[in-house]
Design a protein around this ligand. Structure first.
Ligand code: BTN
Length: 248
């Protein structure tokens, strides 16, 4: 299959949300796989669940990329989240080689335990196949102040004191995502699953978790095929969580 590394990169100054824009574009016209919509600023950036995504104007890589994984079954779609997360993790490692970088389930990238990147994947299904996935990516690049979130958010600049060209960052991340996506095209699903687990924050470590207002001690055992998080609690029971059902 042809690499999507050279697909169009449409850089817009200000839009509601790059995900919404790309989803609308897909409804209206033919779009090449790997096409990226980026924005200097989003007026209604979307996060996971009901969250919003805030980012200082012109400072960060804010973009959405479209994939056509029609070779995957619907029940395998978490593999896309895993592949995209690994691509971004690899880029972040190359930018910050001295830092501890992990994936926090399902798809946050943490540097020294602070969030540097969030991903919002939205998919469309046709029959029994995945028609497309829009992966919306917000990675903090040149922003240095996150206000009240300073203790939990960071950027490439804060971790290295170097400014980066945003368009170049986006191109490089697309290349990294393609490297991982190619493994899926070549049916190397197990490689993606193994690498994801190896990079998973708190895997096999005792930690406190909060779910439904209840605090419990447990250990992350991994994720199941559907991308749900598996935590063994102190009574030995394995509990299964969807996104946003558990906090840690
Ligand atoms: C999260 O809550 O962690 C996911 C955040 C995803 C934010 C990105 S920014 C580019 C794209 N457009 C959006 O509206 N959201 C995603």
């Amino acid at each position: 299959m042809k690499s999507f590394k050279d697909a169009p990169l449409i850089a817009l100054e200000e839009i509601e949300s790059t995900n919404t824009y790309l989803l609308d574009l897909l409804k209206q016209t033919g779009v090449e796989e790997g096409t990226i919509i980026s924005a200097g600023f989003q007026t209604a950036g979307r996060g996971l669940g009901r969250n919003t995504w805030l980012s200082e104007r012109g400072k960060n890589a804010i973009f959405s990329i479209v994939l056509f994984p029609d070779f995957l079954k619907i029940e395998d779609q978490f593999l896309i989240t895993q592949a995209v997360s690994l691509g971004i993790l690899n880029w972040t490692r190359s930018a910050l080689p001295q830092k501890q970088i992990v994936i926090k389930w399902p798809n946050d990238i943490l540097v020294e335990k602070k969030k540097i990147c969030g991903i919002l994947a939205q998919s469309s299904i046709q029959g029994s196949k995945l028609q497309f996935v829009v992966a919306g990516i917000g990675i903090n690049v040149n922003q240095n102040d996150f206000g009240e979130l300073n203790s939990i958010a960071t950027s490439v600049y804060n971790e290295s004191s170097g400014m980066n060209n945003i368009n170049r960052v986006i191109q490089e991340i697309r290349n990294e995502i393609f490297e991982q996506y190619e493994l899926l095209i070549n049916e190397k699903h197990h490689l993606i699953q193994e690498k994801y687990l190896k990079e998973l924050y708190l895997l096999n470590e005792k930690h406190d978790f909060i779910s439904d207002g209840e605090c419990f001690e447990g250990m992350i055992l991994g994720v199941n095929h559907f991308g749900q998080l598996l935590i063994e609690d102190s009574s030995g029971k394995i509990r299964t969580f969807n996104t946003k059902e558990v906090v840690y």
